[in-house]
Ligand binder design. Structure first.
Ligand SMILES: NC(=O)c1ccc[n+]([C@@H]2O[C@H](COP(=O)([O-])OP(=O)(O)OC[C@H]3O[C@@H](n4cnc5c(N)ncnc54)[C@H](OP(=O)(O)O)[C@@H]3O)[C@@H](O)[C@H]2O)c1
Length: 268
């Protein structure tokens, strides 16, 4: 059991969630993509051995869902193999690993997904993230895999900012109304992570509360969103229709509307 102050090492410190994690864990060793390429197995394991953290947190990932279709090898190396190297490093040093995965490990044919439901990804990003989960579980017992969805936050490209920009440039913004999920504020997730570290090993589903379609999410951000179907708005990667993650293991976070309103106030 980890008691009192813990020593933490963060991979992916420069990303949207990673930046929030750096604020939530100010004393952590913070590694950005300029400090380490997580595809380098030896370097990843050596960094864990040298720093001897109690907890390794991995928020590094190749997150461009459509680009993953064209860069499959890169997706599987970053999202699939690299988390396994971190798990190896943690197994050697006794550290616990916190890793983020995605609602896109599911195929979207169920209306909601529990932590022990069978993954069945329908795009390369989801398949590569599932490989990451499998490689962690294979190499380490002391892991917490946090599946989350539809992240937005201050430090990166995200749906909220995209909507605000498009809304200024266009008279009407078409947004799909047939994919459903749970928006999640990176700030809330980073702070919740402190709690998950102390819970039992396993898979966690952590999102803000509340289910919506992308169109409903957009309508809470801008006033000129118009609904369309996925067929009207084809993308390179197929998306699951329902990617609603159900959390049965810990206390719920606040509703996404409350988190969004805080984020929008911060942006102004
Ligand atoms: N964003 C979402 O909607 C969403 C939804 C569900 C789950 N997640 C998961 O949540 C986690 C955090 O996502 P995020 O949105 O914060 O991602 P992000 O903003 O794209 O950040 C990912 C970070 O990983 C770094 N990275 C990429 N390849 C790397 C490599 N080879 N070596 C070292 N660092 C590398 C990136 O650095 P560069 O920018 O320099 O490449 C970036 O700083 C990820 O595991 C993601 O799969 C995200």
């Amino acid at each position: 059991m980890v008691v009192g102050k813990i020593k933490t090492l963060i991979f992916g410190a420069g990303g949207m969630l990673g930046t929030e994690l750096c604020l939530a864990f100010p004393d952590a060793v913070k590694l950005k993509s300029t400090d380490v390429d997580i595809r380098d197995r030896k370097n990843v394991i050596d960094l864990i051995k040298e720093n001897r953290p109690d907890v390794v947190i991995n928020s590094a990932a190749y997150t461009a869902v459509d680009d993953c279709e064209d860069h499959q090898e890169l997706a599987f190396e970053v999202n699939g193999k690299a988390p396994g190297y971190m798990a190896e490093g943690c197994a050697l040093t006794g550290a616990r690993l916190i890793h983020y995965s995605t609602d896109y490990v599911f195929n979207g044919s169920n209306k909601e997904y529990f932590e022990d439901d069978n993954p069945d990804p329908i795009n390369i990003y989801g398949s590569s993230k599932l490989m990451g989960e499998i490689n962690i579980i294979k190499n380490l017992k002391n892991f917490r895999i946090i599946r989350t969805s539809w992240l937005f936050g201050t430090h990166g490209k995200n749906f909220v900012d995209t909507m605000l920009k498009l809304s200024k440039d266009m008279s009407a913004v078409k947004v799909v109304n047939d994919q459903f999920g749970k928006p999640t504020y990176a700030f809330d997730l980073a702070n919740k992570t402190e709690e998950i570290i102390r819970l039992l090993p396993g898979i966690y589903h952590i999102t803000n509360e509340g289910i919506c379609s992308w169109y409903e999410f957009a309508s809470a951000i801008i006033n000129n969103a118009v609904p369309c179907t996925s067929k009207d708005f084809p993308r390179k990667a197929i998306r699951p229709k329902y990617s609603v993650l159900v959390n049965t293991k810990t206390t719920p976070m606040r509703h996404w509307r409350e988190a969004l309103s805080e984020y929008l106030k911060l942006r102004n």
